[in-house]
Design a protein around this ligand. Structure first.
Ligand code: SF4
Length: 403
């Protein structure tokens, strides 16, 4: 059974670090949300055949699903929950931004059987939130947690970020302590990434030494250098970020959380089953503009354009982007299994790998395992190859060798 993801490509405003595909509401022409929902209804009708036995989990994300009006949110809920069959006790998640969440919307979400909510808090600190252009306040995040608990959500994820401009160890600890006070079942903790094309990237990018901006009039040169160094001080350096990570892993362990994936922590039994599916290499269907699907090694991505998405579906075509469908090579699938699987504490199962690909992973990746001193960077746990947890935060550097 595949999992199901639904992309809602709208946000109140764009956060300064965000490279995801979404439209800000103020730039959206009146008919765009209606077109999105009509397109989605057409896509649902066509995609049901891809999940004849139903779906194993649901994640409605974005963008910001809760930016929709209560009426449109209800249309979306009806569309998805009444057109797909779900595995018994399937995990069904909606994600949202505290600035767009009302009691009315939470009631609607609950009414359609959503049993997990993922809230984008990022920090319980208004100054830090402003520094990255978040739309909401810390108080709105507190209220949202309370509303969600009062509405009966007993599986709650809070997203928090480290490495934010202006963040120091004290503010990081303060946000984590407040998050823990709400006893969320799950915490996702991601480091800030400076993605090209985002306002934050422009704010903090390095000015090349031979830039024409530097080396002009002396006064200008000095001004720029001073400005850059002030900005650099504002962004936590690598050592501080490493310290933040080390501290939080121990702190969360003390409260009973398991770091089951490099950036994800949960109380026992509350691992995100939807994301586990991606990391374990299961099939998935992604709907909505920008949605990505991968079924039986065929990967396809929907076009990131609401009008083009709608028009394709209206004309009876699949709403694919220019790359169309790609049949992944066995080599690509194996590399992906290693890269995603080794981020998990459970690691990559030897027997599952052999069952899926017909070869022993040691025969394929023996050279990589040797390079990293087999037995130190990597451990064997029963039937699984695991990355030693002390290297989990430098995992990316190691994992790229599997490509
Ligand atoms: S709310 Fe989420 S999807 Fe929207 S701009 Fe911010 S980070 Fe991106």
């Amino acid at each position: 059974m595949p999992s199901l993801y639904v992309h809602v490509p709208f946000c109140i405003q764009k956060c300064d670090y965000c490279a995801f595909y979404s439209h800000t509401l103020k730039d959206v022409p009146g008919d765009l949300i209606a077109l999105y929902l009509e397109g989605l209804a057409l896509e649902v009708a066509g995609r049901r055949k891809d999940a004849p036995q139903g779906v194993s989990s649901l994640f409605i994300g974005g963008g910001t699903p809760t930016v929709l009006t209560a009426e449109n949110l209800e249309r979306l809920m009806i569309l998805i929950t009444q057109n797909f069959a779900f595995e018994e006790r399937a995990e069904k998640t909606v994600e949202g931004n505290p600035g767009t969440l009302t009691r009315e919307k939470i009631t609607i979400i609950r009414k359609y059987g959503i049993n997990r909510f993922s809230l984008g808090v990022q920090a319980f600190d208004d100054r830090l939130l402003r520094n990255v252009g978040r739309f909401h306040s810390a108080q709105q995040a507190r209220d949202a947690v309370r509303f969600l608990r009062e509405a009966g959500f007993s599986n709650l994820n809070l997203d928090l970020m480290f490495g934010l401009p202006g963040q120091d160890m004290i503010s990081w600890k303060t946000s984590i302590e407040e998050a823990l006070a709400y006893k969320p079942e799950h915490l996702s903790l991601y480091g800030l990434m400076l993605e090209e094309g985002t306002p934050l990237y422009d704010r903090f990018r390095e000015v090349p030494e031979n830039s024409s901006l530097i080396g002009g009039a002396e006064i200008k040169d000095e001004f720029l250098r001073k400005t850059i160094s002030e900005k650099d001080r504002d962004l936590p350096d690598d050592d501080l970020q490493a310290e933040m990570q080390e501290w939080v892993v121990k702190r969360l362990e003390n409260d009973g959380y398991i770091q089951y994936e490099t950036s994800n922590f949960s109380l026992p039994g509350f691992e995100c089953r939807h994301n586990l599916g991606y990391w374990r290499g299961k099939d998935y269907i992604g709907m909505g503009p920008g949605g990505v699907s991968c079924l039986k090694r065929v990967r396809q991505k929907n076009v990131e354009d609401v009008r083009a998405y709608y028009t394709s579906l209206f004309e009876g075509r699949e709403p694919l982007d220019d790359d169309g469908k790609e049949v992944l090579s066995l080599k690509d699938c194996m590399a992906e299994r290693m890269i995603l699987g080794l981020r998990l504490r459970e690691g990559v199962s030897f027997s599952q790998f052999r069952e899926d690909f017909g070869v022993d992973l040691r025969d394929i990746y023996g050279n990589v395992l040797e390079r990293y001193q087999y037995g130190d960077f990597f451990e064997i746990n029963g039937d699984s190859l695991c990355l030693n947890s002390k290297y989990s935060f430098v995992a990316n550097g190691i994992l790229k060798d599997f490509v």
